[in-house]
Ligand binder design. Structure first.
Ligand code: F6R
Length: 245
């Protein structure tokens, strides 16, 4: 694993955006795996800025997102579809027909997951997968204990993830209880993986996930087995692993 130390959140965002830009420049018709959450917001803002300057062209890029809440409509401000449009897709010249997320409004979970696996297969797999890191080590919505061999599946969100997401909803009752997510197997099949992490509150899980035992209890620990992972983290997030850097 390559670890890139950033000064702070802005520096992390610029460095991550640089890596994504390089991918788009090297392969203009690449498939990007994308994440939502608060960590990549600055990365997307930076990509938008470079697009506006004329330095980036998304016209041939395809995207597949990690996950989507089950039961939220696309126009719900808390859906990941809405988030991606708001933060990136509506601000760059991407062809929205080539932007994919699991279908949160498909009530049949098996069908939603089967269809999404097919989407990923049809686009030829992911060239570069962007990931955030949950406080419990989750990536996508793959919660502690989930089998590493899972492909896209429907998850019951843990109490801790629901609590972490609560800030985006009016009340705890509005927080969705289920989501569709790419599985660890799907994520591990990406050619390259880029993990972004910021903040002292993530320092303990950075240590556990990337310098601890590889175990389904810490889903991100499996990334230690992937041969092309780059972690871009700020100093606060790396504050407990200084001795290994
Ligand atoms: C988002 C996702 C989640 C987040 C993780 C970190 O699509 O799948 O795994 O990446 O929960 O979230 P933030 O960045 O908000 O700390």
């Amino acid at each position: 694993m390559k670890i890139i130390r950033a000064k702070d959140y802005n520096d992390m965002s610029r460095k991550a955006a640089n890596i994504i830009s390089a991918q788009i420049i090297m392969k203009s018709d690449c498939v990007l795996g994308l994440a939502t959450g608060s960590t990549p917001i600055g990365t997307y803002a930076q990509l938008v800025e470079w697009y506006q300057k004329g330095d980036l062209d998304f016209s041939e890029v395809t995207t597949v997102n990690l996950d989507e809440y089950k039961g939220l409509t696309k126009d719900n401000e808390q859906s990941y579809y809405y988030f991606m449009n708001d933060k990136l897709f509506s601000k760059v010249n991407i062809d929205t027909k080539r932007t994919f997320l699991p279908d949160g409004m498909e009530p049949d979970s098996d069908k939603a997951c089967r269809d999404y696996n097919q989407v990923i297969a049809n686009v030829g797999g992911v060239d570069l997968q962007l990931l955030g890191l949950g406080h419990n080590g989750h990536i996508g919505f793959n919660e502690p204990g989930m089998a590493f061999e899972a492909q896209t599946h429907c998850v019951q969100l843990t109490e801790s993830t629901m609590k972490a997401n609560q800030r985006f909803f009016a009340s705890m009752e509005d927080v969705p209880r289920q989501a569709y997510t790419m599985g660890i197997k799907t994520i591990m099949q990406a050619k390259k993986i880029l993990v972004v992490v910021s903040g002292a509150d993530k320092a303990a899980i950075v240590k556990e996930a990337f310098f601890g035992a590889i175990t389904p209890q810490v889903q991100a620990s499996v990334l230690q087995l992937h041969n092309d992972v780059t972690l871009v983290a700020d100093e606060d997030a790396l504050s407990e692993v200084g001795q290994w850097l």
